[in-house]
Design a protein. Structure first.
Length: 161
């Protein structure tokens, strides 16, 4: 097939997807700048003081037990919980939502929005695909929504953390 015979127009579902993705990306980016400014300029109190954040970068995310001559190492999540949050369990999954009154956790909102934009894009193109009677792509879009929703729910525990 010659290149000049290829379709160069985007389909309706592609345009819908792209418009939502663009608006969501700009909204998430704007919100990220705003929440970061709130954090950096001290408008809201962070859970971990800004001048101490770098001290914790060297820690692993999770606590490691002693192994073969290496001592146990308390991880970032446990250390932050122990030193600042004082919760029953370290914050994991969607637990950060209970802590958005701290500016360093407020920064997670735009990250979650940016991560969720794809889900909204797929939801928006399902009616377009159904109207085109494109059953295969409609089913794939519905499955994608279900998979992304299940993954975001935290019900799937994959890995050791």
């Amino acid at each position: 097939m010659a290149i000049q015979n290829m379709q160069t127009q985007a389909g309706e579902e592609q345009v819908v997807y792209a418009k939502i993705l663009e608006k969501g990306m700009y909204f998430g980016l704007l919100l990220m700048v705003i929440t970061f400014a709130i954090y950096v300029f001290g408008i809201m109190k962070p859970a971990v003081p800004l001048n101490e954040v770098a001290n914790y970068w060297k820690l692993p995310v999770a606590t490691h037990a002693a192994v073969a001559g290496h001592p146990a190492k308390l991880g970032y999540l446990d250390t932050i919980n122990q030193n600042f949050l004082h919760l029953d369990q370290p914050v994991t999954g969607w637990g950060w939502m209970k802590l958005i009154n701290y500016s360093d956790f407020l920064n997670f909102i735009p990250v979650a929005i940016l991560a969720g934009i794809t889900l909204l894009c797929y939801l928006a193109i399902i009616p377009v695909l159904q109207a085109k009677k494109d059953t295969a792509y409609t089913v794939m879009a519905i499955l994608e929504v279900l998979i992304l929703t299940l993954a975001a729910s935290g019900l799937l525990a994959v890995g050791g953390h």
